[in-house]
Ligand binder design. Structure first.
Ligand code: SAH
Ligand code: SF4
Ligand code: F3S
Length: 470
């Protein structure tokens, strides 16, 4: 049994880590043939991609995918810690699984992902959720096959969570959710320690994958017919800093852009590490999508300082405008937190005025959520929940206005759209533009997912656009 510990998780040193080729224990292959699994994924794209790896591990063990969790033999929750409601969702699901287990004693229940790294969560599971068969942390996903096997063989709760990042595994198996677009991790972890955020504790130190390993993965994706790659990291702009003297995200993007792949995306960008070379490369290559997610969090320099964001309102705006002015047609999206401890109405008004200046194409807006163990926990917070909700409401009204205003400008234009599939109402196709806008459209001919088509935009809505293939 290994239990997580925040003090250790917070440590940053430059000890060496090894790059190891992942290998399965051959004795486990197909051991559980006939059994089924269901994975519930919460949180960010990183977790979605981890679930693709977990799926491949379970398939190796012989499990078969089951869409209905109530019918599965094994249910695994790949969890997220970012805000309290992510926690609540996972615990709510554990409650439902408890009932299922009362009816089916053989049900295997597991928990992995960021919540597994929190000691209070693991303590709660040991104390109050004895029916959970295993917990595996984010740093030792490679041990998942053996932990599952041990939990089943010994019929005892297995808790295997390491607080520190270990070796970096390459060649992890993956069952990709799509056959035309793929996630590719380029950097793990985060060293920024924004004072509100739990990620540096749950995902460890920043570790870049070697460029050769990334380029090889992308070459294979291209060979398999993939049309789009999204480079993933909690802070992709820090790519390379821990590995190379002189090779950063701009250089990596350029090497990938020179390959024969129609669409390259990357997320998330932290303003701190965004340099001019990256902006020039994004502007130069038509297959690097002109879409940048640039979280601002707050428009008040005072609050940004308390958040530990390492930039001011002014330096953020300077970067924002540099990207807008350099990358033709770029769309910029953001994340904003309201109700950070000590945020006054004046601070909030600075966020409102920044939003009015930036006119974002998309924005994810949140009320500050206290994360146990983070420095912001200790800050005095005098703002009522009702006031925070009111700020969120006022902010959303303004950001939504700009989504619509920006979309309206696209009416009559022809956009290149990658087909995703048929919409729920089944009467239209849907897909994403180069700037990552959701487009619903009709077509005179049948289309395949992954195809890139030219769509004439007929009408704009707040969160999507309607059009037709010309
Ligand atoms: N690495 C990314 C963000 C990852 S988390 C970045 O720095 O840009 C995604 C978003 O969740 C953050 O941008 C932030 O807006 C929000 N978030 C993180 N911690 C939060 C908290 N404690 N309360 C509310 N929102 C939070
Ligand atoms: Fe969290 Fe900040 Fe790291 Fe983003 S950069 S993951 S907000 S600590
Ligand atoms: Fe959530 Fe962990 Fe991602 S906290 S947002 S799943 S890195």
């Amino acid at each position: 049994m290994h239990l997580p510990d925040y003090k250790e998780a917070r440590t940053r040193d430059h000890r060496e880590y090894n790059r190891i080729d992942f290998d399965f224990d051959p004795s486990l292959k197909d051991k559980y043939t006939g059994k089924s699994f269901h994975i519930k994924t919460y949180g960010c794209q990183m977790n979605e991609h981890d679930s693709e790896v977990i799926e491949a591990i379970l398939v190796f063990l012989g499990f078969q995918k089951e869409e209905d969790y109530t019918k599965a033999d094994l249910v695994l929750l790949n969890t997220c810690s970012i805000r309290e409601n992510a926690h609540n969702k996972a615990f709510g699901m554990l409650g439902r699984l408890k009932h299922l287990k009362n009816e089916n004693k053989n049900l295997i229940i597991g928990l992995c992902g960021c919540m597994a790294q929190e000691s209070s969560v693991v303590e709660a599971i040991i104390r109050d959720y004895p029916f959970v068969n295993f917990v595996v942390g984010t740093h030792n996903m490679n041990e998942l096959p053996t932990v599952i096997d041990k939990a089943i063989e010994t019929n005892s709760q297995q808790i295997e969570v390491y607080s520190r990042e270990g070796d970096l595994y390459e060649g992890l198996p993956v069952v990709r959710a799509n056959s035309y677009k793929a996630y590719v991790n380029i950097i793990y972890g985060c060293d920024k320690f924004c004072t509100y955020c739990i990620v540096p504790y749950t995902r460890g130190r920043e570790r870049s994958r070697k460029k050769e390993d990334i380029l090889k993965e992308i070459d294979e994706l291209i060979k398999d017919g993939y049309k789009e790659v999204t480079l993933l990291g909690q802070n992709v702009n820090a790519y390379g800093k821990d590995l190379y003297e002189n090779y950063s995200l701009g250089d990596l993007l350029e090497e990938i852009a020179l390959k024969n792949i129609p669409r390259i995306r990357f997320m998330t960008s932290h303003p701190w590490d965004f340099n001019d070379h990256m902006i020039e490369v994004i502007a130069k290559y038509p297959n690097i999508m002109p879409s940048v997610h640039l979280p601002v969090q707050s428009g008040s320099s005072r609050i940004l300082k308390l958040m530990g964001r390492r930039y001011t309102r002014e330096s953020y705006l300077e970067l924002f405008h540099k990207i807008k002015d350099t990358v033709p047609g770029v769309c910029i999206s953001t994340d904003i937190i309201v109700g950070f401890p000590g945020e006054t109405e004046e601070d909030f008004q600075e966020t409102m005025s920044l939003v009015k200046e930036c006119k974002y194409d998309n924005a994810f807006t949140f009320i500050f959520s206290t994360r146990e163990g983070t420095p912001a926990c200790k800050l005095e917070d005098n703002t009522s929940q009702q006031e925070k909700e009111d700020r969120l409401y006022r902010l959303n009204e303004v950001v939504n206005e700009y989504f619509l205003e920006n979309n309206k400008k696209l009416e009559g234009q022809v956009l290149r759209v990658m087909v995703e599939g048929v919409s729920e109402k089944k009467d239209m196709y849907y897909g994403y533009s180069e700037t990552n806008k959701l487009i619903n459209f009709t077509s005179p001919r049948e289309l395949e997912p992954g195809e890139i088509v030219e769509v004439e935009i007929e009408s704009a809505k707040t969160w999507s656009l309607d059009g037709r293939v010309r």
